[in-house]
Design a protein. Sequence first.
Length: 108
Amino acid sequence: MTGLILDRVIKAVDILKERGYSIELLEMPSIKPIDKEAIIATARKTGRIIIIEDHNTIGGLGGAVAEVLVENYPVKMKRIVVNDTFAESAKYPDLLDKYNLSINNIIK
């Protein structure tokens, strides 16, 4: 995951771990340079990747991770991102909820 959404992701991960899921959280503080080794290691360990970012689906972390995976270690991948749309101005937490980045949506 990347972006200011970290707090929500940590809360979602904690809830899922309480429910018995085994989750590895990998924070990606930058997209370029991308940490290929960490992505590949996590893919090998978990067998799947979920990208969560408070960014448009085009040109973000998800695309960069997809490139790393397809070229090095293909696994199932899901992205929880803002769909390709123009965002509105509002309070950050309200925008996250509107664009399906709530804690409940991350858990789902």
